[in-house]
Design a protein. Structure first.
Length: 422
């Protein structure tokens, strides 16, 4: 019975509107607003030539029916109470009911139909008010987002411009979705009712919130990042490790300096007094230096820029061995040449002056200075000078001029060789 009232009232409403449209004497105020009349929705399931197309176009032009979001009219589906209430609501809002040429019988029928769906009319009025407020809020948020995007300026020609373009496209899509929101909510979700506008609004709100969060995190100033050096404020990702643009020697040295190395060397150790060394293949000519050969292992960076090195060398002319441990400091200037200095303690074990078969040990403080020259990323040639201060003079390997075991003094050696980094 209730459905009969509703259908009767809607039928009377349609007849009255058709009469109003064909009445040439009707005042201009009875027509729908110009904007509504100009925008007639073409439903894809109401083609040209359809027996009800003129009626459908009329009620759409009057703003009573807007169809479903997918562009269909669905004329074969049953009319729900919510949909009927929405038609009455739009009719009351437009003022067309009071300006129509309906008969008193039709008006009574329409009034009965409105009373039948009065509860739904009240609910729709509240929901439309809330939807209008929400739409206004969303439009303000979109406007704020556009302002923040405009404030980004024109980024450099890198991925920042791509991100901004994508963000702008998503905002345009949001605006289009906002414009397509129906003027009022449709019926509850189900096989016989359209998806409600509130669900679309909630989805849009979630997407806008995500865009706002992204905009908040994309206005930080960048430095050297994987996208290049940028001095404006485009969107960036989490900055990775520093990338040097230009000369890559600094990067190679920084990586290499953290590695261990091993090296070999040849050198000449100073000797003084009456215990000289003799050159090979020179008829035994005495000289004031002794040839040596050695090896080393170390690391350039153990505590910050301070490294450590352990080295040993053999001095055949004195039947001696020198071993020392030093703290080193590399003066890395980013070029192929790297100076370094160091200091440490060492021990010399060599034959005594009185006997070639007896050995003695002497302790010395060591200071060194040298230069590395990078040949490849893993091979370095070096030249180094070591100054040693002996705290005793028991063996001939000290090279001191005095002969007393308690004598102290300086000795030294110069060496050159190759270091292999690994």
């Amino acid at each position: 019975m209730r459905n009969t009232f509703i259908l009767s009232s809607l039928l009377a409403l349609g007849l009255g509107m058709a009469s109003a449209q064909t009445d040439t004497a009707a005042p201009a105020t009875t027509a729908a607003p110009a904007t509504a009349a100009a925008q007639v929705v073409q439903f894809n399931d109401v083609p040209a030539g359809h027996w009800a197309k003129d009626a459908v176009d009329l009620i759409v032009q009057r703003g009573l029916i807007q169809g479903f979001p997918d562009g269909t009219f669905r004329g074969n589906e049953n009319l729900t109470r919510y949909q009927a209430a929405l038609v009455f609501y739009r009719l009351l809002q437009s003022g067309q009911l009071s300006n129509s040429s309906l008969s008193s019988t039709d008006l009574a029928t329409i009034t009965a139909g409105m009373q039948e769906v009065s509860t739904e009319l009240a609910a729709i009025s509240t929901r439309v008010t809330d939807l209008e407020a929400l739409t206004t809020e969303q439009q303000a948020r979109i406007t704020a987002l556009e302002g923040r995007i405009d404030a980004l300026g024109t980024p450099a020609a890198n991925t920042a411009s791509t991100d901004t373009t994508a963000l702008t496209a998503r905002i345009d899509a949001l605006e289009a979705a906002i414009r397509n929101i129906p003027a009022g909510p449709a019926g509850p979700a189900g096989a016989t009712g359209p998806a409600g506008a509130a669900a679309d609004t909630a989805a849009l709100a979630a997407r806008i919130a995500a865009l706002e969060a992204r905009a908040t995190t994309t206005t930080t100033t960048t430095g050297d990042t994987s996208t290049g050096t940028v001095t404006t404020t485009p969107p960036v990702t989490t900055p990775p490790t520093t990338v040097v643009i230009g000369n890559t020697d600094t990067v190679v040295d920084a990586v290499r300096s953290t590695n261990l190395y091993a090296g070999v060397s040849v050198g000449a150790q100073n000797t003084q007094g009456n215990d000289p060394c003799y050159l090979l293949n020179s008829s035994g000519r005495a000289v004031n230096f002794c040839l040596s050969g050695g090896a080393m292992i170390g690391a350039n960076n153990v505590i910050g820029p301070v490294g450590v090195r352990l080295s040993a060398e053999h001095v055949p002319g004195k039947n001696g061995f020198n071993a020392d441990i030093n703290a080193t400091y590399s003066l890395n200037n980013g070029s192929n040449i790297t100076p370094y200095v160091g200091a440490g303690l060492g021990l010399t074990s060599s034959r005594t002056r009185a006997s070639a078969t007896t050995s003695a040990s002497d302790i010395y403080a060591n200071a060194l200075a040298g230069v590395d020259f990078r040949v490849t990323d893993s091979i370095t040639a070096f030249v180094e000078a070591d100054a040693r201060y002996y705290l005793s003079n028991k063996g001939a390997g000290t090279g001191l001029a005095g002969t007393a075991a308690t004598d102290r003094g300086f000795g030294g050696t110069i060496k050159t060789g190759v270091k292999f980094f690994f």
